[in-house]
Design a protein around this ligand. Structure first.
Ligand SMILES: Cc1cc2nc3c(=O)[nH]c(=O)nc-3n(C[C@H](O)[C@H](O)[C@H](O)COP(=O)(O)OP(=O)(O)OC[C@H]3O[C@@H](n4cnc5c(N)ncnc54)[C@H](O)[C@@H]3O)c2cc1C
Length: 418
């Protein structure tokens, strides 16, 4: 069987659903192929504010508000030379978004994908993409399996939004690992946990211990459910040394803030784990394709930036794809601008995360480093505010993803005539 669309998107997570929804809004015929049947479990539960403007553009914000996900106000952190607790809130810098959400990803991702469907996207779940279709080195579609049938979906552009599976990217480009960030995460859920004190309520807690760090994310208010994850270098697990369970237990015992939250709490889920997630694809575009979200790269979860980078990247991907489809004469420029934007975004996050992992620094160093990052220096001369801007995900996206020549073209916005 064969079908034809303007764009085929592989993966219906935040990157895929956002790219697809924005392209449908611009009048394109979009097919999303998603391997799972939603709702499905996913890690990545604490969201920052940087991508909320994209949700406004999609028209999905009110729906997300209605679910009643716990509000995230900022970050409470124990880190660096000094083990004191310090707090920063999104509201400390000017802007329309004072808070974000801690989400149960199964529900959150389902809302985004349903919303894309309502915007006119054709979504096929339980559809596993097997390989790209290639003609003279150009991607012209994908081959996928659903319900025991194999189908060829063809389109002038294919978007790889398949997350860490990198379904197309793994065949079309190579991967660059951040060797110094080869970490492992081990997490579970607790209920009947205690709250952070006033002033920190609604924050994610990030607490450093000897061999790693913990996240504590309040994902459900009624049951006082906390997602508690431990991140440690893969190298901490040596044969004959402590097991990951022992490291987790020892870390909780050593912690000051986390231990208080877990006093009298009960564990309500099995442990899950994942490793080696800091990488980027050497190429994020090529003839007939581009990648976005985790498929194009992901850097350590330390600042809870993954969904934000995926959604901002998807926004830029949608603009690039729209330009390619409407103005083939600008296609090369659009794709080059997109590739440079993704590269800059991932690089600046990577540089900052590396700086932060250096245990010899203290809070003022982290603030100052944030202030010295190219664009922030001018926009946020105050170092603490620059730090809040970094951890909010304000990455000057419009400049990162400017498509030279496209902005003076009014024809590039609005709906395509049928
Ligand atoms: C330990 C850890 C903790 C994290 N914590 C946070 C956090 O607190 N906050 C945050 O913002 N981010 C966090 N992240 C990152 C976040 O999970 C990701 O960045 C985010 O999910 C990326 O979205 P995506 O749409 O690119 O990929 P995904 O959400 O992974 O979506 C990809 C989709 O593609 C589908 N797919 C895969 N293969 C195929 C195929 N062959 N055919 C069809 N479909 C396919 C999958 O089923 C999936 O639904 C964390 C990551 C890790 C590893």
């Amino acid at each position: 069987m064969a079908v034809e669309f303007d764009v085929v998107v592989v993966g219906g997570g935040p990157a895929g659903a956002t790219t697809a929804g924005l392209l449908a809004q611009r009048g394109h015929r979009v097919l999303v192929l998603e391997r799972e049947l939603f709702p499905r479990y996913h890690i990545g539960e604490s969201l920052i504010t940087g991508m909320l403007s994209v949700f406004d553009e999609l028209g999905v914000t009110e729906r997300l508000e209605r679910v009643g996900f716990p509000r995230k106000n900022g970050l409470s952190i124990v880190w660096g030379k000094n083990r004191d607790l310090w707090n920063v809130n999104f509201a400390e810098i000017d802007g329309p978004y004072d808070y974000s959400f801690h989400v149960r990803r199964a529900e959150f991702d389902e809302i985004l994908l349903d919303h894309a469907r309502e915007l006119g996207v054709t979504v096929v779940e339980e559809a596993t993409v097997k390989e790209p279709l290639l003609e003279n080195g150009r991607v012209t579609g994908v081959r996928y399996e659903a319900g025991g049938e194999t189908t060829e979906a063809r389109a002038p552009l294919v978007v790889d939004a398949s997350g860490q599976s990198r379904v197309l990217s793994r065949k079309l480009t190579t991967i660059e690992w951040a060797e110094d960030l080869r970490n492992l995460a081990y997490w579970t859920y607790f209920e009947d946990t205690a709250d952070l004190p006033d002033g920190q309520l609604g924050n994610i807690l990030v607490e450093r211990v000897s061999h790693g760090w913990f996240w504590a994310i309040p994902v459900e208010t009624e049951t006082r459910r906390l997602s508690v994850g431990y991140v440690t270098p893969t190298a901490s697990l040596v044969s004959g040394g402590p097991s990951i369970d022992e490291l987790y237990e020892a870390g909780v015992a050593e912690s000051k803030q986390l231990k208080r939250l877990l006093l009298g709490a009960k564990r309500v889920a099995e442990f899950r784990s994942t490793r080696d997630w800091s990488y980027r694809s050497a190429a994020v575009t090529g003839p007939g394709w581009l990648s976005t979200g985790d498929a194009s790269g992901f850097i350590d979860p330390l600042f809870s930036g993954g969904v934000c980078l995926a959604v901002l990247g998807a926004d830029a991907a949608a603009k690039a794809v729209d330009t390619v489809l409407r103005r083939p004469d600008l296609a090369d420029r659009a794709l080059a601008a997109y590739a440079a934007g993704v590269h800059n975004m991932v690089s600046s996050f990577l540089d900052y995360v590396r700086f932060f992992y250096d245990p010899t620094r203290d809070r003022e160093d982290y603030f100052e480093q944030a202030r010295s990052m190219a664009d922030f220096n001018e926009r946020y001369p105050n170092a603490r505010e620059a730090f809040v801007a970094v951890i909010s995900g304000r990455l000057a996206m419009s400049e990162l993803f400017r498509i030279p020549g496209a902005e003076e073209e009014p024809a590039l916005t609005g709906t395509v005539e049928p």
